[in-house]
Structure formats: C-alpha cells, structure tokens
Design a binder for this molecule. Structure first.
Ligand code: TGC
Ligand code: FAD
Length: 387
C-alpha cells in the first residue's frame, strides 16, 4: 500500500468526484498560472490582482455561499480550495478568505436583498473587491473597544474613525466596516469614492508580501441608510464572519505546511553531505517524520471540523482549537524545512522561507495564537481571561 507523505493517515482519501475535481482544478491554476511569478511578486511586494477574475471564473469566490452567483459548494470543497491556494502562497488564500468569508459572507448573512443583489454577483466574479475592517490601531485582539463611530443624521449615518491592517483595503471597491453606534456595534458598507474615505497601503511588510494591506480612514463620511447591514446588532455578527474565515485557515495553512514538507523531502534526497544524502540521516528523518505526523493530525482535525460544520454542530471554540493548532504546526513545519535546506533555505529560489514569513502573519491575524488558546481555555475552565 502506498503512503502519502502529505496525508499519512488518509484524511482526504474519501473525497467525492466533485471535491477531487475542485482540488485538482485549483492545484492546476496555482501551479501553472500563479506560481511562476510568485518569487518576483513576493520580492517586489506585489499582489497579482490580475488573477482575481480568474479566481472568479473558477467559481472560487464566495464558493460556499448559495445564490447570488455563488457556487454553493460543500465545506470540504471550500477547505480544499483554501488549502490549494495557500500551497501557492498565504497571500493568495488571504485574498480569497477576505473576499469570500469576511466581505461576501457579511453581506450574505446580514445584508438586505438589495445589497446582496448589488454586490454579491459581481464579487463572485471578482469584478468587485471587498475588504473587512474590524481591527483598529488601539483595538486588535479586543475589537469590542473600537472607537470608530457612526452617528445617525437625518436618515443617513456619519462615520468617523479608522481601521488598520486591513487586507485588500487599497484595492477594495467596498469595505465592510464595523462601528460603534448608539445602538451598539453595527456593520456598514463603505463604497470606494465616498467623500472623506481613504484607504492607503501599509508598506514595508516582511510577511505576506504578495498580498496588499492598508488602513481605512473615515472623516465625516456620509453613509446612506441603504448601506447599513441591517441585521447586525453587536460584536457577535463580526465574530460570526471570523468563524468562516478561521475555518478556511484551518485548511489553508495545511497547504503551506505540505509544500514545506515536500520541499524538504525532495531536497534531502538530493543533497549529499558527508558522502550520503541528508535524507538518510536519523536526525533529518526525525524532523521529516514529526512534520508528516503533525500535518496528518492537522488534516484529520480539519476534516472533523468540516464534518461538524456540515451538520451545523461546529462550536466557535472548536474552530479556535483548529486555527491555533494548524497555524502553529504549519509555522513549525516551515521553520524546520527552512533549517533542513541550510543556507539555501533563506533563498527565495526555494519556498519554505516565504511560507514561514507568511505564516507569521497568519499566526497573528484572525485572532492571535494566544487569543485562540484563551478561547479554548475559557471553555475548559468556565473562566474568561478577557475580563
Ligand atoms: P464576548 O463577550 O466573548 O462575545 C461577544 C458576543 O459575541 C459572541 N461570540 C461569538 N459569536 C459567534 N462566533 C464567535 N466566534 C463568537 N465569540 C463570541 C458571544 O457569545 C457574545 O454574544 P452575546 O449574545 O452575549 O452578545 O466578546 P469579547 O469582547 O470578550 O471578545 C472575545 C474575543 C477576545 C474572543 C474576541 O474579541 C476575539 O475573537 N478577538 C480576536 C479579534 C480578531 O480575531 N480579529 C480579527 C480581525 S479580521 C482579520 O484578522 C482578517 S485577516 C484576513 C486575511 O487576510 O485572511
Ligand atoms: P494585540 O492585540 O496588540 O496583541 C499583541 C500581543 O499581545 C499578541 O501576542 C497577543 O496574543 C497578546 N495579547 C493580546 N491580548 C491578550 C490577553 N488578553 N492575554 C494575553 N495576551 C494577549 N484585521 C481586520 O480587521 N481585517 C483584516 O483584513 C486584517 N488583515 C490583516 C492582515 C495582516 C497581514 C495582519 C498582520 C493583520 C491583519 N488584521 C486584519 C489585523 C489582525 O486581526 C490583528 O493584528 C490581530 O487581531 C491582533 O491584533 P494586534 O495586532 O492589535 O495585536
């Protein structure tokens, strides 16, 4: 029986034909179209926007939403798509996560029919880009404290404040923005070109260089009533969007981890040191075996979360366990692979260090590693570490 290094416990052995087809299609796109330029794009800090409509044509944007031009795929297919995109680069998966799980999901879950019809079909095609503004300069892990404020004004809303570290912000046509109001935290759709709204790029990132990140500034922005996400009342709605994106990350980072493992296996078979391939040394085999074991466990964890999501029994704390564990093991795999490649490991000619740098962001965004441990800790003890 053949064993697969990237799926040692056969977590993905029983995919159905449509799931396999989706996985293979995305892998082909990533390998043939996206990867040839990734080294240069990463070095130059360039997000390849030209692929956005390609993602739309493949049906990857908002793919697990139903109606409004979305593909309505199952949770495993959605996870596999994220995994294949992140095998390419976490920046590519980040774009898809934000577009699909944060911006489109927010409109799909909390928007009016008019908002859904206006935004979702074009966003599914990649013809309109979304971003999601929750984090503020002084409120990252604790978004409940946000200062951005929307005040009612003769039927409209006047928005003031700022958001920072927002993926896709500089290229977004519509920003889903969370703001305090007299009625609690609510979501708004802020369209590009709104007077008083700007979205400058954040430069000098050493991670996710092939992804675009920016701030959002609101100076007396008049937001029409029709741009309020009517069904939002409280931070809970923003956190529901995060559940979707965090679930995607649980699968996504496995793609990066697998790519590092594959690179390390291939390299050590070819690299001769002390007259033998590195792959033959016990210390190297131990490192490879630990990577394969952690990836195999991560795969099972991801598939179990997909099953629970499918039967609508997935608790947010279970997603936290998955996000925390799988990002940690992916980062550990990338660091180990980088080490195994020696000096070559620090070169952009290889993939592991790019993945490692990217995963430092993934470790922090969508709730830091420690925040997710504290969410699980609260469920274990009944005591909140946040109060
Ligand atoms: P807390 O009092 O615990 O909860 C407030 C209300 O929300 C409910 N709730 C949730 N509901 C759905 N899903 C979840 N995951 C939920 N977590 C909590 C809760 O039941 C409560 O409901 P109710 O009815 O009683 O009002 O809230 P808290 O203020 O104590 O905060 C809890 C904490 C720390 C866990 C939360 O603030 C948190 O998750 N912080 C991390 C922030 C974060 O993840 N930010 C991400 C920004 S977006 C991003 O990073 C995108 S990266 C994109 C990319 O490029 O891929
Ligand atoms: P802080 O909250 O200041 O945390 C700093 C450190 O303190 C961390 O180690 C944290 O774990 C620890 N810490 C915090 N609170 C506690 C506590 N109670 N107990 C113990 N330790 C604690 N946000 C968006 O809204 N939309 C986006 O699209 C988006 N994209 C991003 C893209 C990138 C590349 C990055 C890097 C971030 C992005 N973010 C986005 C922001 C991201 O969600 C935040 O960075 C994250 O939530 C952490 O907030 P912070 O950076 O303010 O860190």
């Amino acid at each position: 029986m053949e064993l697969n290094a990237s799926d040692f416990l056969n977590a993905f052995a029983n995919l159905d034909e449509s799931q396999k087809l989706m996985k293979d299609t995305v892998r082909k796109f990533v390998t043939e179209i996206f990867l040839p330029n990734i080294t240069l794009n990463f070095e130059q800090g360039y997000f390849p926007k030209e692929f956005i409509t390609e993602l739309g044509k493949l049906g990857l944007l908002g793919c697990n939403l139903t109606g409004y031009g979305c593909a309505g795929l199952d949770e495993v297919s959605y996870g596999l798509i994220m995994k294949e995109l992140e095998r390419g680069d976490s920046g590519l998966r980040s774009f898809a996560s934000v577009q699909s799980s944060l911006a489109m999901y927010a409109i799909h879950a909390f928007g009016s029919e008019e908002q859904k019809n206006t935004f979702l079909p074009l966003m599914a095609k990649g013809e309109r880009i979304g971003c999601f503004g929750l984090t503020e300069p002084d409120f990252g892990s604790n978004p409940a404290g946000m200062k951005t404020y929307a005040k009612k004004d003769s039927g409209d809303w006047i928005l003031n404040g700022s958001k920072t570290w927002i993926t896709n912000a500089p290229i977004a046509d519509v920003a889903v923005v969370w703001a305090q109001t007299d009625e609690g935290i609510r979501g708004f759709l802020i369209e590009k070109g709104t007077k008083g709204f700007s979205a400058p790029e954040i430069k000098h990132k050493l991670s996710l260089r092939a992804s675009i990140t920016g701030s959002l500034f609101f100076d007396q922005c008049r937001i029409p009533k029709k741009n309020l996400l009517e069904n939002t009342v409280g931070l809970k709605n923003a956190l529901m969007c995060l559940n979707q994106a965090r679930f995607g990350i649980v699968f996504g980072v496995l793609g990066a981890a697998e790519d590092c493992l594959q690179e390390a296996i291939q390299y050590t078979k070819e690299r001769i040191m002390f007259k033998r391939p590195l792959a033959g040394y016990q210390l190297i085999q131990r490192k490879l075996a630990i990577m394969a074991t952690e990836i195999a466990k991560g795969n099972l964890l991801a598939m179990q979360l997909a099953h629970l999501k499918h039967i609508k029994k997935l608790h947010p704390a279970q997603i936290s366990m998955g996000k925390q564990n799988n990002v940690q093991i992916a980062l550990d795999c990338a660091r180990t692979a980088r080490d195994i490649l020696g000096a070559n490991g620090i070169s952009g000619e290889y993939r592991s260090m790019r993945h490692m740098c990217n995963l430092e962001s993934v470790y922090t965004y969508e709730g830091t590693n420690d925040i997710h441990l504290l969410i699980v800790g609260e469920k274990l003890t009944g005591l909140s570490a946040f109060e």
